[in-house]
Design a protein. Structure first.
Length: 227
């Protein structure tokens, strides 16, 4: 992946050079970072952490305002400021952070498609600007056109299996614009869980993603999901 891997292109660090404040551990309190991760929510203590895609764990110090809004295993884009290092017995890189903003990222499984629902799933054009695989998560940075309606994006698999077990699993990125007018350019980051592709007795599986692009072009990507 070229960007949006761990800190969205290495992380957008915003530094305000005038009036910079340092905390006791040497972190600039006006610095801001961004990353993609998963919420780990503790319903007993009413605390939660965010595990970023690079394994770093964030422990929000201002979690009371966010705890009721987030769900366990929710995929998020987080903007945060590091307050200090957090000691732990797991030998992982952990930080106490202040959450500046938190955005939900579409995170869903693969949809098995049948001829009966083929038309309803949609096949409107969509541009794949970037794609990357992290653990079981296949991530897309997408561009499309719209106006005022909610669009639906799915990663689908035909129920007809290939006769050759060694062939890659064919996945289609499908976009339904719900008849929206193509007035303005839009963008989105979406994540799909590949866990349902696991085969007993194997440790990896190859897959091929196709998508209908604009101007009659098609997108294709072949990868390997290791588990």
């Amino acid at each position: 992946m070229k960007k949006l891997v761990f800190y969205l292109a290495v992380g957008f660090m915003i530094s305000f050079l005038s009036g910079c404040d340092l905390d006791d551990e040497g972190y600039y309190l006006n610095d801001s970072w961004m990353g993609l991760g998963l919420i780990q929510k503790d319903t007993v203590s009413e605390n939660f952490t965010i595990e970023l895609d690079n394994g770093v764990v964030l422990s929000p110090v201002n979690n009371s305002g966010w705890w009721r809004e987030v769900k366990d295993n929710q995929r998020v884009l987080v903007n945060y400021t590091i307050i200090g290092d957090k000691n732990n017995t797991e030998n992982t890189e952990q930080y106490s952070v202040r959450i500046n903003s938190l955005s939900n990222i579409l995170y869903k499984g693969i949809f098995n498609i049948t001829p009966e629902i083929e038309d309803s799933i949609g096949n409107d054009p969509i541009h794949v600007k970037d794609l990357w695989l992290k653990k079981n998560m296949l991530n897309f940075e997408l561009q499309y056109r719209g106006g005022s309606k909610i669009h639906f994006i799915n990663l689908v698999k035909q129920t007809m299996a290939s006769a050759n077990a060694n062939d890659p699993v064919i996945l289609e990125l499908r976009h339904n614009n719900k008849g929206d007018q193509e007035m303005i350019p839009l963008s989105a980051v979406v994540t799909f869980d590949l866990s349902s592709l696991k085969v007993v007795g194997k440790t990896s599986i190859s897959f091929k993603v196709t998508a209908k692009d604009f101007d009659g072009k098609n997108f294709e990507y072949t990868g390997e999901y290791k588990y």
